[in-house]
Design a protein around this ligand. Structure first.
Ligand SMILES: *Cc1c(COP(=O)(O)O)cnc(C)c1O
Length: 485
């Protein structure tokens, strides 16, 4: 019969007061409110108590783990954990440029600067500096969006899901909206065209087959209840093979005949022709506007490379109605978003500048030579720093754009490949994820791949330091000592 030591161990636990006397906690007691430190001590003791109670009957616990000094050490770790911000910058070494879990697009320096300036002072958010009269916040970006897209009017809301919702609610609540079956997109689980449609009060009328839809399908479905013809860009999948889709221009014509508007949800808002840079073609916002689409919606933080936002561009008479919709208030963008968006859009006035300064565009258009140069220099450095700890080489796997954009595009990319035979690769990836700063990597066949396409050039030094920390210092081979591992 094994002896149950647990009661004994519980009695060994020091009191809160006893732990608070430990010298290593005195700095914390000076810097932080006493209640915060006391709370941390209570928490650590409670965890220990739980551990003891849950231990197997005959499990030998080490008494040294229950000393006041040991618990005080754990209190310090706990306090540090508590003081770390939850939302932190991370190094994205996944190769996925638009990673929704990693915050989609990093912003251009100009956008960040604008956020800083507007964030730390008052601003003319709703005041015209010219007339001294009230101004709407949307006017700060409207002229720019119109200039870049050719639209008559524009509006910005919280995100593209909100933009679609507002447009449908304004133009079609209580009436029918015709959509092709092949375009009933789901984006990231929470956003599905059919659900957004019913939430907005509009009634979905599906036409065509999944792979084929003709103008006559739309024409047959139009009746006196029809409010809108909707086209959705299948930005995160492609239907290949035996297919037919109706181009925006034909839909626009049908809508005009019926005197109803035509709307297009583009998803990714592309303002430059990606095909010119060797990437798959994405429909550009300008093209939809030029084709006569009455309302076009797109995201600010997908291929546009700006802050999270939903941009609505189109005919003035429809946009005016949306401005009057009470829902606009609930979907309203804040000044920081507007600041970042305006600064990002300004970069697009000069395409060359946009390509250089908007991180998403720079990553998308990185040349093989540039990737190669970085791979060589970074792997050279890591070979020195991590000598004896892991094998460093270069691989050439493809990278994805992600974020529901350019679904079939596989960009040629390069990775630093790390192999540490003594370590569990999954564990190592987890350690890197918990490092400071966290590094998010790909694990592939017992190797860690660090994709250079998504690592910002400025981050190289930080990356090397973090890898050194996590993988330990290079083993020195001098005098034979330390070579054993
Ligand atoms: C991404 C996407 C949305 C949702 O945009 P968010 O900015 O994430 O709200 C809507 N429609 C399409 C076609 C999309 O690709």
């Amino acid at each position: 019969m094994p002896k149950d030591y647990r009661q004994q161990y519980l009695r060994l636990l020091p009191s809160v007061e006893r732990v608070l006397q430990e010298s290593i906690l005195q700095d914390s007691l000076e810097e932080l409110p006493r209640s915060v430190v006391v709370e941390a001590v209570r928490e650590v003791i409670a965890r220990k108590r739980g551990q003891i109670k849950n231990a197997a009957v005959n499990e030998a616990l080490r008494e040294t783990e229950l000393t006041a000094v040991r618990l005080a050490g754990e209190v310090l770790l706990y306090l540090e954990e508590q003081s770390t911000r939850s939302l932190q910058p991370v190094l994205n070494a996944t190769g996925v440029i638009l990673h929704t879990n990693l915050g989609r697009s990093p912003m251009a320096a100009a956008a960040v600067q604008a956020v800083k300036e507007i964030g730390e002072s008052f601003s003319n958010l709703e005041l015209s500096l010219k007339t001294g009269k009230r101004f709407t916040r949307y006017e700060h970006v409207e002229a720019l969006i119109c200039r870049l897209t050719g639209a008559e009017a524009a509006l910005v809301v919280n995100n593209n899901a909100g933009a679609v919702f507002l447009a449908l609610n304004t133009l079609a609540a209580g009436r029918e909206v015709i959509v092709s079956r092949g375009e009933l997109v789901e984006v990231g689980g929470a956003f599905r065209i059919p659900e957004v449609m019913s939430g907005s009060g509009a009634k979905l009328v599906e036409v065509g087959a999944t792979n084929k839809c003709y103008l006559r399908d739309y024409r047959r479905a139009v009746n006196e209840h029809t409010a809108l013809l909707l086209k959705v860009h299948t930005s995160n999948y492609k239907i290949l093979g035996f297919t037919a889709v109706v181009p925006p221009r034909s839909l626009v014509k049908l809508a005009a005949e019926q005197q109803i508007p035509c709307m297009e949800d583009l998803g990714s808002g592309v303002l430059i022709d990606l095909a010119r840079y060797g990437l798959p073609r994405e429909p550009m916002v300008q093209e939809s506007v030029k084709a006569g689409v009455d309302v076009v919606t797109f995201s600010g933080d997908k291929l546009l490379g700006g802050p999270q936002a939903g941009i609505i561009a189109g005919k003035r008479k429809y946009l005016e109605k949306m401005r009057e919709n009470q829902l606009l208030r609930a979907l309203r963008v804040d000044k920081l978003t507007l600041a970042a968006l305006e600064a990002t859009l300004r970069l697009y006035l000069d395409e060359k500048k946009a390509l250089q300064e908007i991180p998403v565009l720079r990553m998308l258009t990185l040349s093989p030579e540039e990737l190669n140069r970085r791979a060589e220099s970074l792997s050279g450095l890591l070979k020195q720093k991590l000598a004896g700890r892991c094998k460093v080489s270069i691989t050439r796997e493809k990278a994805r754009v992600g974020g529901g954009s350019l679904p079939l595009a596989l960009l040629p990319s390069m990775q630093i490949c790390l192999e540490a035979p003594q370590e569990n690769t999954g564990l190592l990836a987890a350690k890197l994820r918990r490092a400071d700063p966290p590094v998010i990597v790909r694990v592939h066949k017992n190797r860690l791949l660090l994709d250079l396409r998504t690592l910002l050039l400025e981050e190289d030094e930080l990356l090397v330091q973090t890898l050194e920390q996590v993988l330990g210092p290079a083993k020195t081979f001098q005098g034979g000592a330390g070579a054993k591992s």
